[in-house]
Design a protein. Structure first.
Length: 147
């Protein structure tokens, strides 16, 4: 069954565009005064974590286990070797050797990480990249128990 956005034209199916609004250039977006704030501005506490997850594809406990010593901003590489335990109290090695990997840092993520590190009081090599105001790693909400 075709999706609601698909329509038939001459026996073949085509997909209608999801957003058919005007496309703005970079300068139009920058000069727009009535734009809504982006994710970075709306959720300053969680934005570094969300951006890190989005750009790298890391699992949340891998991202929460990340320390500044694992992030090489000069070489644009993240060395992924640790993850946070389910109780969010300590770092443990990744479960399998296949999970050990070096991730490239894209230029946009590098800029965000630099901004985040400059604004954070937690910048020593052993400090978590994503930390609460007390320097501890943010706790991840637990899933409700299965029925």
């Amino acid at each position: 069954m075709p999706s609601p956005q698909a329509r038939s034209s001459g026996g073949r199916s085509s997909v209608a565009p999801v957003n058919s609004g005007p496309i703005l250039t970079g300068s139009q977006r920058a000069s727009s005064t009535n734009r809504e704030p982006g994710l970075w501005e709306r959720t300053p506490g969680y934005a570094p974590l969300v951006v890190l997850l989005a750009y790298t594809g890391m699992r949340i406990r891998e991202a929460l286990g990340l320390r500044w010593q694992d992030v090489d901003l000069d070489a644009a590489t993240i060395r992924l070797r640790w993850q946070l335990t389910k109780d969010c109290k300590r770092r443990v090695p990744l479960k399998t050797e296949a999970g050990l990997r070096d991730l490239p840092i894209l230029p946009a993520l590098r800029r965000r990480l630099i901004e985040h590190r400059l604004a954070s009081p937690w910048t020593r090599p052993g400090d978590p990249v994503v930390a609460a105001t007390n320097g501890k790693t943010e706790a991840v909400p637990q899933r409700p128990p299965r029925a």
